[in-house]
Design a protein around this ligand. Structure first.
Ligand code: FAD
Ligand code: DLZ
Ligand code: SF4
Length: 512
């Protein structure tokens, strides 16, 4: 009897726990493109194409290495459209003793898989997801009995555990965190290297055709398509980052420049999140670049923190709190997501640019997601479920374990401060400092009130006042409330009236 080893689309690594102990004589690997996964949210076309192409390449490589792989393509005649249906078909084809699968990245799939043992009357083994550096159990143990969870303390533990940028038990350079050096505004004349590109092969071309035909109404441009789709190519992206971008990663991590979607970021999340790259190899290569004197400490520490800190931390939070985390809505925010998140039809240039780039690339960098797209959703009080669905749909690196804590926790503060200590709310001056968007905007960032004032300026105050009952006790916001209370009544009224006008325009379809 054989084991059926199910490999999901974001588990494309030969070192997956589900592959351990593979019996070359008997075992069968099952991979399947299924309609349910492609439409449970209407993913960006590029995300579907990327994953299907990466899955097909991975399956081909496994076969070439002698593994027995059964692969269902989306348009195969008898494709049932679901994991359950495909597993059920495989059980009928073979004499299966046990289904082995690595812990999936989304709670809805875990729930589904936990029913299979009873439903199929076959043993199911769910193995830990060994692509992460902190297990779900270790994170729970770290979080237990802590009054407050803070990424910084979790990160320090991870630095020690993996001996990264450490010297004699202490952080290299004497500090754990060099973020204070990492907030440079963009300056003219930066020589930003071009991002990775490649030529599509017949596998990718086949997938692009399929996606064009079957997912035409999904958001986003399908081409040009430049994603790496094999481990070999993903390693090229990693090496390009280390050689060409890492040096300035820290300096310009928060900077946004119109027409420069990629900046000095790594563009590795696509590959890390689907298994083509592993976190430890990425951070070790960055550490090596530091030791070789090829990249400064602020850049390397910042990059390592994002991966062993933030990435692992948000995953821990997700699994510790699901399924309840999906329903958090601390501010009871209930406004509908404005249409311009899909069509970029807004006169706010920052949002216009970020949505356009998202549509084109299925990518926006962190500060665009956090301080433009996210900040607006927070200030405008958009319902968390709608914001979550948008972020899960539009980015090629989006899976619920990473998307949801970033959206509900980091940008919307919908968990009431569980993940972050204060809302990342900001007015237009932050965006102006970190970008050149305001120069070409219909609105004036220097104006605080009136028809042509930057909406972020008055919406910032409106957000604080609207949610005063929820935020009053947050000592990090005390100063802001004092500032508001010292404003004269006329100014306070102007904030209120501008916000009412803005929202009523936004909701009646006037372009804002
Ligand atoms: P870099 O800036 O080069 O960072 C290096 C790596 O660090 C990333 O590849 C990523 O693996 C990791 N990382 C950095 N910040 C975070 C973070 N906050 N959480 C988790 N990992 C992080 N990241 C996703 O991978 N998928 C998502 O669906 C996703 N949704 C997000 C939604 C919002 C509202 C926000 C604010 C952030 C989101 N992030 C998400 C985190 C971050 O924006 C992306 O990881 C990053 O932009 C990916 O681009 P990069 O690979 O060039 O990252
Ligand atoms: C995102 C995605 C898509 C679009 N399609 C598939 C698919 O057809 N087959 C598959 O195995 N996985 C796909 N995925 C990734 C899954 O959604 C992902 O494995 C789960 O959400 C768990 O993280
Ligand atoms: Fe965005 Fe305001 Fe700047 Fe316009 S002025 S780009 S709306 S921050």
């Amino acid at each position: 009897m054989s084991n059926l080893r199910l490999i999901l689309g974001d588990q494309l690594s030969v070192s997956m726990s589900s592959m351990e102990g593979y019996d070359i004589q008997q075992d069968i690997i099952l991979m399947c493109e299924v309609w349910d996964e492609a439409v449970y949210v209407k993913h960006h076309k590029k995300k579907i194409a990327f994953l299907f192409s990466a899955m097909r390449h991975f399956a081909q490589e496994l076969k070439q290495s002698g593994y027995r792989v059964e692969y269902t393509k989306l348009d195969d005649n008898n494709n049932t459209g679901s994991f359950r249906g495909e597993v059920s078909r495989a059980l009928k084809r073979h004499n299966i003793k046990k289904i082995i699968v690595t812990h999936p990245g989304e709670h809805r799939i875990l729930t589904e898989i936990t029913h299979w043992e009873d439903d199929f009357d076959t043993q199911v083994e769910i193995r830990p997801d060994n692509r992460f550096l902190c297990t779900v159990e270790s994170f729970a143990a770290w979080a237990k009995d802590r009054k407050q969870l803070r990424m910084e303390y979790f990160y320090r533990e991870m630095r020690k555990k993996y001996d990264l940028l450490m010297e004699g038990g202490k952080p290299i350079g004497g500090q754990w965190n060099y973020d204070a050096d990492n907030r440079k505004s963009p300056k003219a004349g930066l020589n930003i290297p071009p991002p990775y590109t490649n030529d599509t092969d017949h596998i990718t071309n086949g997938v692009l055709e399929l996606v064009e035909q079957r997912f035409d109404e999904h958001f986003g441009s399908l081409e040009p398509f430049y994603f790496a789709v094999t481990r070999h190519q993903a390693l090229q992206v990693l090496n390009l980052f280390i050689d060409q971008r890492l040096e300035f990663f820290g300096d310009y991590q928060d900077a946004m420049i119109e027409g420069e979607p990629w900046m000095y970021h790594s563009h590795l999340s696509f590959y890390l999140n689907c298994g083509l790259l592993l976190p430890l190899e990425c951070v070790e290569l960055a550490q090596h670049a530091y030791r070789e004197g090829k990249a400064p400490l602020n850049a390397v520490e910042g990059f390592i923190r994002q991966i062993i800190g933030w990435r692992e931390y948000v995953r821990g939070i997700y699994w510790l709190n699901m399924p309840d985390y999906a329903d958090v809505n601390f501010f009871n925010a209930n406004r509908a997501l404005p249409d311009f998140y899909w069509h970029a039809n807004t006169r706010m240039n920052c949002l216009h640019q970020c949505v356009l780039e998202t549509e084109k690339n299925a990518y926006a960098h962190h500060i665009q997601r956090l301080m433009v797209l996210g900040n607006f959703a927070l200030l405008a009080g958009i319902e968390p479920k709608q914001v979550n669905e948008w972020f899960l749909t539009v980015y090629a690196d989006a899976y619920e374990w990473v998307e949801m804590p970033n959206v509900s926790g980091m940008i919307l503060f919908a968990d009431g401060g569980y993940l972050a200590s204060k809302p990342y709310a900001a007015g237009g001056s932050y965006i102006n400092k970190m970008s050149n968007y305001c120069k070409k905007c219909h609105y004036r960032v220097s104006r605080k009130n009136g028809e042509n004032a930057c909406p972020f300026n008055y919406l910032y105050w409106d957000f604080l006042i609207r949610n005063r009952d929820y935020l009053n006790s947050n000592h990090r916001l005390g100063m802001m409330y004092k500032t508001y209370d010292r404003m004269d009544k006329e100014k306070q009224n102007a904030i209120h009236e501008d916000s009412i006008r803005f929202f009523s325009h936004m909701e009646n379809g006037t372009i804002v």
